[in-house]
Design a protein around this ligand. Sequence first.
Ligand code: ACM
Length: 662
Amino acid sequence: MVLFSGFSFAQTATSVYLMPWPQSLEVAQGHLKIVPNIQLIIPNDSSDRIQFSATQFLRNLSNKTGVFITNGFPLTVVDNSNTSIIIKYDRIGKLEIHEDESYQISFKNNQITLTSVTDLGALHALETLLQLVNNNESYFYSQEVSIQDEPRFTWRGLMIDVARHFQPVDVIKRNLRGMASVKMNVFHWHLTDDQGFRIESKLYPKLQELGSDGLYYTHEQIKDIVKYADNLGIMVIPEIDIPGHATAFLAAYPELASKKQDYSIERNAGIFHPTLNPINPKTYEVLDGLFSEIAPLFTSKYVHIGGDENEGKHWDENPLIQAFKLKHGFKTNHDLQTYFNIKLEKILAKYGKKIMGWEEIMTPNMPTSAIIHSWKGVNEGKKPLTSLIEAAKKGYQTVLSNGFYIDLMQPVQEHYAVNPLPSNLDLSPTERKRVLGAEATLWSELATPLTIDSRIWPRTAAIAERFWSSENKQDLQHLQERLPYISDQLEQLGLTHNSYKNVLFRNITKSENIAPLQILSKVCEPLKIYTRNKGGTEYQSYSPFTLFADACTPDATDAVLFNLAVELFLKSPTENNKKTILKWLKKWQANHLAFKKLTVNPLIKNITPLSKNLAVLSEITQQKLTGTAVDSNTIKALLKAATKDIQDVELTVISSFTKLLY
Ligand code: ACM
């Protein structure tokens, strides 16, 4: 046996493509063949969760391998002569923080045993086992391994914003499935914002009638998703974002606003002023009613109350609110928001819930029973982890999202590098324990049901590893080796982060001929860090999100390969390394010829300069590499033209071209 644990290992020889990487893994030489009579054995008194996940495992195993499994359902009795997967766990786990999610996998003869304290651990073991399945020319097998695994953090979340763009039940479910496959356990459901109130209220139906364009979840749908998530070992945290981010809320109930004006659903992106009135008793009456309905739909103890980005403009403009502040000795709007939050805390406590909120709720007098969600980052002039450290020191449990804003379209390694709890952080052991974990956040201003998976995956698989695996697991090359396998598996499980591209390409070409767009898109990325949709007004929520930029994704695959090839060539300018580069350049030149043969329409016309810039740069770079003199002013002009974003897309090979041309 070879021991691969934590940091020090080299993996390629073993063909183990796990993500997240386990805490401890021993790889044996042998492997166990996936045969039709393989059995999956579960205890007699298994939970719904295990029944569901074990059955799904068999379906997925069958689909992955094409093996016609005879017993396509879990059994309770072992036949020792058959290849068996045996699940053993001590008790049903609770979907709560700090629950035991550890598991072990061992192989002996023709049996694979998955051992865990809770059924939640068993679920993780099944996901690991599915990822272990590999093949040679003749058959599918699982590498024989011995694994002992447990999460680094108890809170491994993904937030999906369904307010800016509504995401139907099936979109949520397939993303939950993806989360489970990489061992994430918290789904934070951002249900309301300025652009939509997406949860039904039976007591205050105007909320969905006037606040959602008819796009909201009914109570039955919410319960269905919560149950589905439970079966996958995922707890669901609903967020009702108040008192700010409340335009849609106030479109329904303007009498609860801090300022008298007309309210209608916001169609742009950004930070807006409409805010609930914290001194109006009716505000609390409505919130009490609303939470009395919402709280029982969710099994988790926490309700996220948002609380972010309330700049208090409408509070400042309201003389009654100002007088109230004076009377109560509230010096700042933060004090007033604390007053609001504490009232909310009491309302939620009545319904058995505790508060979670964005870091703005961390004000003096805020009870430490609240979870502080740290999100503000370098953009606001704060060092990463600032509010996380502050929260932990002040006695709050806390969750990190700064560094995990996946809507920013940043490369995977930038998120992978963010450590929610570095070992050298100035926190005592007690304070460190308060850092529950972290959450990736997908804000959906630019993400529709068609594109959202590609804005989440596969990068979130790498982020999930950051949340689960050892802090020492930092090897980028190893990440890049595994990510394509994991990405493909996520699609097999129902996600659409690659397949959707062809749908958009066909919409652009209005034909089946999409190859030139496919090739071009592999060196193009959507603009990053809010440079797309400047000011939040270039796109409205009803704008087209079927553009070439929407079909492009971070970590454009050919750009990554080309940029590596250029690095290699610059370090070691051999003929062979040059040949690799010339191959790419010829490909892109030829691609533009194919592009020009597409039947022209306005959508194609818009992106033709992208293809042309790439082709022209490819041409002169070939000349340069093969010894033909190229005029430096021409180079300058071409690079300048190609650096400009076109249709919210950037060519992510320009810096490599620059290096080759200068
Ligand atoms: C946030 O990004 N406003 C929490």
